[in-house]
Design a protein. Structure first.
Length: 356
């Protein structure tokens, strides 16, 4: 089955997106998803404004936080027809040696919408029919959420979910999240759902006030305190709460050089430093601190599809709130929305929704 569709493609970085028509048709192992919503991510801004190269040559449609409904399917994927789904931001092949050994994030044949293949700033998208996350629409309605809103689960929620899981957060952990907006805001909530006492650090008092209502036990403004004062404040907090002064789990979500330096400066004995945010900026650190503290540093690229249902469950069960942090806009306004997001005049996570 072929479907007449459209997408907004990037012809070159910084140039206006162009709406183009195309025919969406699945191969034997693919599905066509009618897009309900696609989130605008920091990574999309990097591709568009900062010269970060996409794997696929331009022109290319960006967007990798996608939810929608399967409206066409190949011969091998008929079971997905009619289902509401979230498309993982990174789709591993599921068959190679790396995937078989549980190393899906480094699968060399992975497909990322808006990077390796055409993305979700479109009416429809064609993707492999594997690893999709089915959305229980009865639970979705009970949670008071729309299918478009949960598009952000595909990256903004699942990437910190994977980071928190890999870092080993448990009840009694001290979790420190640097960068409390966007991905960082969800990292705060996920770490709290895993039982941690969460410290949120940012330079924006409004963001800190918001995460204080959604899981952060302590908030600190990095514009008002230097690195030593921040570390001392966290130590005092830990002692007051009867928590450990060792083995802190630090999540760098700001995607900034300043944030990365702050995160590294918070290392304590047995700490885990998880890098979640992305920046093209370089930083200079003394790696020997990892040795001296017997600490570890972890990168986090996406989230294996098998963990998506558990991450989505946190949302549908009310343990993680997304509605206060999401703002829908029409997809056809994309050329106005990108500059607004880039200039921070829009504070929430934008989800672009195609016209019905």
């Amino acid at each position: 089955m072929s479907i007449n569709a459209y997408r907004w493609q990037m012809n070159q970085p910084g140039a206006p997106f162009e709406r183009v028509e195309f025919v969406a048709e699945p191969s034997v192992n693919e599905v066509v998803v009618a897009v309900a919503g696609c989130g605008v991510c920091h990574t999309d801004l990097g591709f568009y404004y900062d010269g970060v190269r996409t794997k696929s040559a331009l022109p290319l449609t960006l967007g990798h936080e996608i939810s929608g409904r399967v409206v066409a399917a190949g011969a091998a994927t008929q079971g997905w027809l009619g289902k509401a789904v979230i498309i993982p931001a990174v789709l591993p092949c599921g068959e190679c040696d790396l995937c078989q050994r549980g190393l899906q994030p480094i699968c060399s044949a992975q497909k990322m919408p808006g990077n390796d293949i055409q993305g979700g700033f479109a009416s429809h998208i064609v993707v492999p029919g594997r690893g999709l996350c089915e959305v229980d629409e009865k639970r979705l309605a009970s949670a008071g959420l729309s299918l478009a809103q949960v598009s952000i689960v595909a990256d903004a929620l699942t990437t910190p979910y994977q980071a928190v899981r890999r870092a080993g957060v448990t009840p009694g952990s001290v979790a420190i999240v640097i960068g409390a907006g966007g991905v960082g805001g969800y990292c705060v909530q996920v770490a709290r759902a895993f039982g941690a006492q969460v410290v949120a650090i940012d330079v924006d008092d409004d963001k800190l006030a918001q995460v204080a209502q959604h899981g952060a036990a302590l908030t600190l403004n990095a514009r008002q305190l230097d690195g030593k004062a921040i570390k001392a404040a966290i130590n005092t907090f830990a002692k007051q709460q009867g928590l450990r002064s060792t083995e802190w789990q630090i999540f760098e979500c700001s995607g900034s050089a300043a944030g990365q330096l702050s995160a590294f400066g918070l290392l304590v004995h047995g700490a885990t430093l998880s890098v979640v945010g992305f920046t093209m900026d370089k930083v200079e650190v003394r790696l020997s601190n990892l040795m001296a503290f017997d600490a570890r540093a972890l990168g986090n690229w996406g989230c294996p599809p098998e963990y998506y249902p558990a991450a989505l469950d946190l949302v549908l069960s009310g343990k993680v709130a997304i509605a206060p942090f999401v703002e829908p806009h029409p997809l056809d306004h994309i050329n106005e929305i990108f500059p607004a997001v880039h200039s921070h005049s829009i504070k929430k996570r934008v989800v672009l929704t195609p016209a019905a």
